[in-house]
Design a protein around this ligand. Structure first.
Ligand code: ADP
Length: 361
């Protein structure tokens, strides 16, 4: 903690108690480093810290040696507030680990494109929403943002800002910000690491997310600069690795896991997508790409196996209708509900005891 900064912050009254912010125990951190003052402010669910943040920014900016002020909010769930519901099935809702899933930031990643990473991210979000959780989705897939399509938001262009910050788009109960809102599908944009880092930081900190229970980040596929930049920028609670059962896909998944290990991000586990083909006529399963490779891989390296998502016509067709299939009933929705439950359980285990830096309300 920086003394000058703390003293300055303590001159600002906490709106709830009237005490200075330090005396009111509203600060989780306050440091000045290389001209940047970073203040970690504790907020309670449902509160609106926008005015307080603005006041902090203007006061801290007056200090000597401060060139920029960054206010990060961490969610302090009041003991009386109800824990978020966990996804179906019911056994998951009773899981203590799932109940600790407040304010989680989870990346969904894959070592390469086309394995269904975005499909998994969108449907995990849907399964969590269906179970009563509040969910934000940050589509960071700069190479092919597909979250707008998956949530029926293809027409959205640009992002609006209001007094609370960037307005996320809303669809089926999710709050969504996508790189796709900033680019036209027919105009390729070259995103370099620092640009991605800046955009993601802004999306995280300046979006009026409203403190969702879970924020899902759909990562760009692969393990290049941009991916590493995101993994380094965001204080992730963990990463879900999506892959298909083939050996080659598993090789890529290993690379993705190695990247997260570099940034000390817990691997929440592996999801095997396109696990078995479910015939749309008779429901008979066929193992087109093999089956079980990801489960074996997970066991071999000692990370949780989170679930198997079947390859179905329905899932592919529904990707274009703008409402993830996990909102429905049936075997695919069940598979996503079980996987979401396993993700939350794993995140509960991986979560460090210190409050996580999350995102602005
Ligand atoms: P990625 O994000 O890994 O590039 P997507 O989620 O965009 O992959 O999926 C690529 C394509 O595969 C999409 O057309 C999607 O509808 C389809 N797809 C993904 N998972 C499945 C599945 N389990 N069954 C059928 N089609 C799928």
């Amino acid at each position: 903690m920086s003394d000058a900064l703390l003293a300055c912050l303590n001159t600002i009254p906490d709106p709830e108690t009237g005490k200075g912010l330090d005396d009111a125990d509203r600060l989780d951190g306050a440091v000045i480093d290389k001209g940047i003052a970073t203040i970690v402010l504790k907020v309670t669910q449902g509160s609106d810290p926008a005015k307080l943040k603005a006041r902090i920014e203007s006061e801290a900016a007056k200090l000597d040696g401060v060139e920029r002020v960054r206010v990060i909010t961490t969610l302090q769930r009041e003991s009386s507030s109800p824990p978020p519901a966990a996804p179906q099935p019911a056994k998951a809702a009773e899981s203590p680990a799932a109940k600790r899933a407040a304010g989680l930031i989870i990346a969904v990643a894959a070592g390469k494109g086309g394995v269904g990473k975005s499909t998994v991210a969108a449907n995990l979000a849907a399964a969590m929403i269906k179970a009563g959780m509040s969910v934000g989705v940050l589509d960071a897939d700069i190479y092919g943002p597909s979250i707008p399509r998956l949530f029926g938001l293809r027409e959205v262009q640009g992002l609006r800002k209001n007094e609370d910050g960037i307005e996320p788009a809303g669809a089926h109960g999710a709050k969504i910000v996508s790189m796709g809102f900033l680019t036209k599908p027919d105009q390729p944009v070259v995103w370099r690491g620092p640009m991605v880092q800046g955009a993601i930081q802004q999306f995280l900190n300046d979006t009026a997310w409203g403190n969702p229970d879970v924020l899902i980040i759909d990562m760009p596929p692969g393990t290049g600069d941009a991916q590493l930049a995101i993994a380094q920028t965001v204080s992730l609670d963990g990463a879900v690795i999506a892959c298909t059962p083939q050996d080659l896909a598993l090789d890529d998944a290993r690379k993705a896991m190695a990247m997260f290990e570099k940034t000390h991000t817990p691997i929440l586990g592996i999801v095997e997508n396109m696990s078995v083909f479910l015939c749309p006529h008779c429901g008979e399963p066929s193992e087109i790409f093999g089956h079980g490779g990801a489960r074996e891989e997970a066991a071999a390296i000692g990370v949780p196996f989170l679930g198997e998502i079947p390859l179905t016509m329905e899932l592919r067709e529904r990707s274009d209708t703008g409402k993830p299939v996990a909102f429905d009933k049936g075997p695919v929705a069940d598979a996503f509900a079980n996987t979401a439950s396993a993700v939350l359980e794993s995140a509960g285990e991986a979560r460090k005891p210190a409050p996580k830096i999350t995102f602005s309300a």
